[in-house]
Every structure is written in C-alpha cells, then in structure tokens.
Design a binder for this molecule. Structure first.
Ligand code: BGC
Length: 277
C-alpha cells in the first residue's frame, strides 16, 4: 500500500458523524469506525469541532503520518471547498470555507465532497456497481435523498435528484427513508412514493441501473420488489461504510481538485459569465 492509497474518511450525516482510516486500494477500514451524534444545531463551528475531535482521535490511535489527507462527505452541493446548498443541515453552512478551515485546524490536506457522491464512488468501486458501464444512478435514502450519477464509472458531481420537484415539493420529502417513518407509512405505501420519484428520474435520464443505498437498503426486500420502473433496481452492498470509504478515496486521489470552483461557474466577466456564442 502506498501513501496515496491511505486517507481518512469522514461522513457527516443528519444523525451521526462517522470516521475511519481507509485503505483506498481495497476499501478496507484500517482503524475502528468512530461514530458520534451530529451536534444540534448542526452549525459549521460545532460540526467542524466534532470532526476535529474524531480526526485527532483516529490519527493518534493509528499513528497516522502527518501528511495523510482527510476527505469529508457533506449533505449538499460542494464546490470550491464550500457547501453552496444546505437542504438538510444548518443554513450557516452555505459559503462557509470548511475545507480551508479544517485543513488549517488539522494541519492536513482536507477535501470535501457531496455525501451521496462519496457513497456512490465507493459503491461503484467496491460494491454492486463495480465494473458497471453505462449511466448508473446511485441514490442514498436517509434523512434526505442524495444522488450520484456515473457514466462508465466516472462521476458527474453534485447532482441533486432529491431536490427535484414532485407534486409541488422537493421529492425527498416523500421518498427519503426518514419520510416513511415520519409519516408512519407502510413499506408498500412508501414504495409507491419512491417509485414515482424513480420513474420521474428515469424519464429524464434513461439510466441503465439504479442502485439504492442508505441504512434502509438492509430492508431492500420490503420495497425493491414493489417498484415498477423499467430500469433495473438493486440494493447497495456497502451499507454503513460507503460514505467514509468514498470520502477517503476523494482525499487520497485528489478527485475534488478536478471540481470546478463556484467562481469558474459564474465566470470572470460579471455575474452572467462569458456567453458561449
Ligand atoms: C441534499 C443532498 C444530500 C442528501 C443526502 C439532500 O437533502 O440536498 O446534497 O446528498 O440530502 O444527505
């Protein structure tokens, strides 16, 4: 194992923050997997302090070399080291320079990535998506719904299928796993809502495969057989560790460096950016 295949992965979720040291060549965890509750309110200050504690604890426990980098999966669109949306986390996250602040505090390189993109990266490399070509859409069904789109294994970053509007609301309000519990729905009733969401996505994207992840995928037999999409649907295999492993891969391989910055998106010619014509 080279140093380039060693990184720490952190997954910031609605209820818990999880972290471990990862061998990114094999997807194996090289440390215990730590989990602490997500602070409430989940402000950037409080969450970064919690991430700092986890990283220091793991680094100490594993004698991690000082230059080993940290990848952090966050529930929003991640561009230029910041979140630019915050549907399921405190709004103070928008524009907070988290990658910069954390790398200064931890004295290590820190990359951030959308949490669903991270879990999808891990699933496409070590899980049910391995070697799957074509357009594969990975969705995590948790507090919200996150998405990762892969074309021949390559990520199209920052898709937000949880936020597409269905029946006048963000789709995740009905199809997230938490929404089944919140509304006290049977698996059957919730599967119908999820089915509608998947059908809307497949009509726009025509994917070759849907992979459904998140904690709820351990109950896949209760809802996947009820789905009526034309696209095949399978459950993710990696479960709890996918977000950690994917965030570590992003850090180890510098994947986030390839992402556009928000300024690039806006262009340098004023708010509208350069015209393409
Ligand atoms: C956010 C996504 C995130 C997903 C899962 C959604 O509310 O918009 O960015 O991936 O939740 O955490």
């Amino acid at each position: 194992m080279t140093d380039r295949s060693l990184a720490m992965g952190v997954d910031v979720g609605g209820s818990g923050i999880k972290a471990a040291v990862v061998n990114t060549d094999t997807g194996e965890l090289l440390s215990e997997r730590l989990r602490i509750p997500t602070p409430n309110p989940s402000t950037p200050d409080r969450v970064s302090a919690a991430i700092g504690r986890l990283v220091r604890r793991l680094a100490k426990g594993t004698n991690l070399p000082a230059d080993v980098s940290v990848g952090v999966g966050l529930p929003g669109v991640t561009i230029g080291g910041r979140l630019v949306t915050a549907a399921n986390i405190d709004p103070a996250w928008v524009d907070y320079p988290i990658a910069d602040k954390l790398s200064k505090a931890l004295k290590r390189p820190v990359s951030i990535v959308n949490d669903a993109d991270a879990a999808g990266i891990a699933e496409m490399r070590f899980g049910v998506g391995a070697a799957k070509r074509g357009v594969v859409i990975f969705l995590t069904l948790g507090t919200g719904v996150g998405s990762g789109v892969f074309v021949d294994g390559m990520l199209v970053p920052n898709t937000e299928f949880g936020q597409m509007e269905i029946r006048g609301r963000p789709a995740e309000r009905r199809s997230a796993a938490a929404s089944r519990v919140r509304r006290g729905l049977s698996w059957k009733a919730w599967a119908m809502d999820l089915d509608e969401h998947l059908q809307r996505i497949e009509d726009l994207m025509w994917p070759t495969l849907f992979i459904l992840g998140g904690g709820v995928s351990k109950n896949a037999d209760r809802f996947i057989p009820r789905l009526t999409t034309r696209t095949p649907v399978v459950a993710a295999e990696l479960r709890n560790d996918a977000g950690i492993v994917g965030a570590a891969i992003v850090a180890a391989e510098g994947l986030a460096d390839a992402a556009t910055t928000f300024d690039d998106l806006r262009g340098s010619d004023g708010p509208e950016g350069p015209r393409g014509d």
